[in-house]
Design a protein around this ligand. Structure first.
Ligand code: GDP
Ligand code: GDP
Length: 436
């Protein structure tokens, strides 16, 4: 189920990233985190009062001058309106109201998305009357907080929960393999989707997505149903242009949320960017299957080592995604495009695979024999037994004596044993420790 997205918008230096960190690092439970995926993350899944949501910090982009800065904030606001479920508009109570604040407020007022006006840097609550100026923004009463000290941020989150739209079920359809096509602007998402659709005669329907983030296409092939979520599709249907798309990660996050398998597209003639890594990291954390699709392979001058060198580089850049198969394609010449859905089928099988408990425990015994579990201050980890609790992603519960002795590297070792025995190609594996 797609979880609601809360976007933080505002001028530079008002405290957006401080608020972001305060919220996700504070009393809110962080749902999941892969070590080493990202440092300066733009998004974080979190939970407040039992409700899951994704917080997105829209800030952090560079600008050269004030004009650029203003344009940039306007775009953020427009994107947040188009794509987020709720907007936290942050202003600086110490600095006071600015023209840019008024500009942004105007854009936000014209939308029907819920907006909460947050007056940050209020350490002295005896002086909240000084916030009266901000009423002029026409966005209701400003909510005073101190992101730096964490004052009132809990109340702010309560308000967020109240204003979020009610939960709507996505209409889970287990018969359909849902594929998100992800990648930077110009990497060839639309071209690839069109090439795939061109190969497949039986396009069932081409309907706008349930949200406006993507265009959904259902196709049928060899009796199997697929849903292709094309994140570039929105560009063709709305005013959002290429330049603006660059500013948006939200659309990709949403498409990943709704998908089973992510086609992570990478431009063969460009370097992997931090944004690519962030998006891939999100798919990984969400447990989605993944295929790394290197597009524009026609533009690369090749010798017999080129592909292998390329794969090595990719593995370096996306260390946490070693399991993802790599496919070199050209959406333009259609080279290997037919392989895309074949690989999707394969990954789908892999991510739905179940290992019988007896076999799993045989493997575990053997693994423990070859390499002893970690110990800590005289205590050694004992793994009593394991069982697979779920698929998509394959999830294993390990019953142990002391969960906290488990070490990341030993988990990695167990994962490698599992993979060399069973493959699980294209899918992350989750392991959960239970104290017995
Ligand atoms: P962003 O550019 O909007 O993301 O702003 P930052 O989060 O980077 O914060 C800008 C500056 O404001 C930093 O120097 C922060 O330490 C400071 N700041 C952020 N929140 C608060 C706050 O609640 N009170 C005070 N006094 N300073 C804050
Ligand atoms: P999107 O923004 O990710 O949807 O990318 P598009 O599908 O719009 O493609 C961006 C540009 O790259 C277009 O000019 C395409 O013709 C070109 N392009 C896409 N795929 C390929 C490819 O495999 N080889 C080459 N040479 N160009 C491609």
């Amino acid at each position: 189920m797609a979880r609601p997205i809360v976007a933080i918008v505002g001028r530079p230096n008002v405290g957006k990233s401080t608020l972001f960190n305060r919220i996700v690092g504070g009393r809110v439970a962080i749902v999941e985190d892969t070590p080493g995926v990202t440092r300066d993350r733009l998004y974080q899944d979190a939970e407040w009062n039992g409700r899951l949501f994704t917080l997105v910090d829209t800030g952090g982009l560079d600008y050269q001058d004030d004009d650029q800065m203003v344009t940039h904030i306007r775009k953020q606001a427009e994107l947040a309106i188009a794509e987020a479920d709720l907007i936290l508009f942050v202003v600086d109570a110490r600095f006071g109201l600015t023209g840019t604040d008024e500009d942004v407020a105007k854009i936000l007022r014209s939308s029907d998305k819920p907006v909460i006006l947050v007056a940050n840097k209020v350490e002295d609550f005896a002086r909240v009357h000084e916030l009266y100026d901000f009423f002029r923004l026409g966005l209701g009463e400003p909510v005073p907080v101190s992101a730096a000290e964490g004052r009132n941020t809990g109340d702010l989150l309560d308000m967020v929960m109240e204003k979020l739209p009610p939960v709507v079920e996505d209409g889970e359809d287990d018969d359909v393999i849902k594929i998100a096509v992800i990648g930077r602007p110009n990497v060839g998402k639309s071209s690839l989707v069109n090439a795939i659709l061109g190969e497949e005669r039986t396009i069932v329907s081409d309907i706008p997505g349930t949200t406006r983030d993507a265009i959904d296409t259902y196709i049928k092939r060899d009796g199997k149903n697929y849903l292709i979520i094309d994140t570039a599709g929105i560009r063709r249907r709305s005013k959002i242009g290429l330049a603006t798309e660059k500013y948006s990660v939200i659309r990709s996050l949403r498409a990943i949320d709704r998908s089973d398998i992510v086609l992570m597209m990478i431009d063969a003639v460009e370097k992997l960017t931090d944004q690519d890594k962030r998006i891939a990291g999100y798919a990984h954390e969400k447990g989605r299957g993944a295929v790394l699709v290197v597009n524009k392979w026609d533009l690369v001058e090749k010798d017999s080592h080129t592909a292998n060198r390329y794969i090595e580089n990719l593995r370096d850049g996306l260390g946490f995604m070693q399991y993802a198969p790599v496919l070199f394609v050209s959406a333009l010449t259609r080279q290997r495009v037919h392989r895309v859905l074949e690989l999707v089928d394969y990954v789908s099988e892999q991510q739905n695979m179940r290992i019988a408990t007896a076999n799993l425990n045989d493997l575990l015994r053997e693994a423990v024999m070859y390499s002893q579990p970690p110990q800590d201050r005289g205590r050694r980890l004992k793994i009593f037994y394991a069982t697979q609790s779920g698929v998509k992603p394959p999830t294993f519960i390990l019953f142990v004596n002391e969960p906290d002795i488990m070490h990341f590297s030993y988990l990695r070792y167990l994962e490698n044993r599992l993979r060399s025995a069973y493959g699980f190609e294209g899918t992350p594996i989750k392991m959960v420790m239970r104290k017995r």
